[in-house]
Design a binder for this molecule. Structure first.
Ligand SMILES: O=C(CO)[C@H](O)[C@H](O)COP(=O)(O)O
Length: 222
């Protein structure tokens, strides 16, 4: 079985009746959403808050009841993917470009479960370029300031044009050799004018569900 499917479906076991649920973004969460839709059809009562337009569209098509983030101030649980996870449960997210909404949703969630395949569990964060969402205005200046932190930022391109996030911003994929202090870097990046949010999630995840290639699951708790 696909490792992402394994992890994505396993996370649904943490969902109980009556929950307000953050719905992450990406090809791993896809499997969670499919499974949730099956359970909703069989009577599970949940309300979802999507972290991207793609997730919103999928959840709507499958009949999962949704509410907007603005109408609530607390979520019981969020299930989301990640691009890298280290043993301290620090994450790099944003490969799909949804990092801002994902962080906002995670920040009001009592619990955050991250679902990954085993290739994403790493000793040090940084092999995957860190996505940083920035405003379009003067983006070259923001990029230049970020590069002084010791990385090589590249403007994300899709179909020969700059990739635009659901919030109308650009993304810089920042190539750091190794991220030593994710907590510090998260704060430093967000102090730079023009930076909207970055893809480091520190002290947010509680549980990591890892799908392994031998079709087993590892679960790591904070
Ligand atoms: O952070 C994300 C989107 O912004 C995704 O969770 C991350 O990129 C993992 O995606 P996938 O499950 O498709 O590998």
């Amino acid at each position: 079985m696909d490792n992402k499917k394994l992890a994505g479906e396993k996370a649904v076991e943490y969902v109980t009746d009556g929950m307000f649920l953050g719905l992450g973004t990406g090809s791993t969460v896809y499997w969670t959403i499919l499974k949730l839709a099956e359970l909703v059809k069989r009577g599970l009562d949940i309300k979802g808050v999507p972290t991207s337009k793609n997730t919103e569209k999928l959840a709507k098509e499958l009949g999962i009841p949704l509410v907007s983030l603005s109408s609530i101030n607390h979520l019981d649980l969020t299930i989301d993917g990640a691009d890298e996870v280290n043993p301290n449960l620090e994450l790099i997210k944003g490969g799909g470009g949804a990092l801002l909404r994902e962080k906002m949703v995670a920040s009001i969630s009592e619990s955050l479960i991250i679902i990954i395949d085993e290739s994403k569990y790493v000793t040090n964060l940084g092999e995957f370029p860190l996505p940083v969402e920035i405003v379009q205005f003067g983006w070259e200046i923001t990029s230049n300031q970020i590069s002084r932190l010791g990385c090589n930022p590249k403007l994300r391109i899709k179909d020969n044009s700059p990739f635009i996030t659901d919030n109308g911003n650009y993304i810089l994929d920042c190539y750091f050799e190794k991220i030593q202090d994710a907590y510090k870097l998260n704060g430093t990046l967000n102090m730079i004018p023009g930076v909207v949010e970055n893809g480091l999630f520190v002290n947010m995840a509680d549980t990591i569900v890892i799908g392994n290639k031998n079709a087993t699951i590892d679960i790591s708790h904070k």
